[in-house]
Design a protein around this ligand. Structure first.
Ligand code: URA
Length: 231
């Protein structure tokens, strides 16, 4: 494996940042200063250090992306995809799907088993959204949201509704059906005008991330997402 790949997988920085670390002489391989970021290393056998601190190779990478509007949640396409926002990472995919015009928290990873676990309809992983909608909701509308709705022959499970104003709320859902929140509001004769995902399980969108920015998950965040997975 290339040294720069190992460094970025070990969260030392993006591919371009780690190239600079090597150029600046801050990376050693088995005690010798690395000259080229393209050099081949064995991530399990060689001792790689950054500023004297040993880096541990991790097979899986986990990034929290603040998805901006205008990108599709796919790995390929003729239109901009979320992969264009993490050009230094290969082999990653979005864990779940946000519509092109939806913003907010998107977990990007190469950990298939974790993605499968989080997206399984059996695990009821909570997803919290901030929603702005066109019309005020009636008490009856709110009851319908909280009891679950069948619309155009598709049933949407009960959601938790937390009012912010007459035309904005937090909505917490446990499944991820296609256009789920938009369809729920459409079934009430209303329309979603802005949608942003704020949370998945206990993973909250980092306020410091501007749209289009990302950061690696912390060890605690990864452990929390994996909780309940078969070992
Ligand atoms: N529900 C939607 O309608 N769209 C999304 O992007 C996510 C949830």
């Amino acid at each position: 494996m290339r040294l720069d790949r190992m460094l970025s997988d070990a969260h030392a920085g993006t591919r371009s940042q780690v190239k600079k670390l090597v150029k600046d002489g801050r990376v050693t391989v088995n005690g010798v200063t690395a000259k080229h970021s393209s050099m081949q290393i064995d991530p399990y056998e060689d001792v790689i250090e950054l500023d004297g601190n040993r880096l541990i190779y991790e097979e899986y990478v986990y990034l929290m992306l603040n998805k901006p509007a205008g990108y599709i949640s796919a790995t390929k396409g003729n239109v901009p995809t979320v992969m264009d926002l993490i050009p230094d990472y290969k082999g990653m995919f979005p864990c779940g799907r946000l519509d092109k015009d939806t913003e907010g928290l998107l977990l990007m990873t190469n950990d298939g088993p974790l993605a499968h676990h989080l997206l399984s309809p059996h695990h009821h992983v909570e997803k919290e959204y901030y929603v702005e909608h066109k019309l005020p909701l009636t008490m009856d509308d709110i009851c319908r949201i909280e009891e679950g709705i069948t619309f155009q022959s598709i049933s949407y499970r009960p959601a938790k509704y937390e009012k912010i104003s007459d035309t904005s709320c937090h909505l917490i859902i446990q499944e991820g059906k296609y256009h789920e929140i938009k369809m729920v509001f459409e079934s009430l004769g209303d329309k979603v005008v802005y949608l942003k995902r704020l949370r998945m399980k206990n993973l909250r969108l980092d306020d410091n991330l501007k749209p289009g920015e990302y950061r690696p998950l912390t060890a605690e965040e990864i452990a929390d997402l994996k909780e309940g997975m078969p070992q």
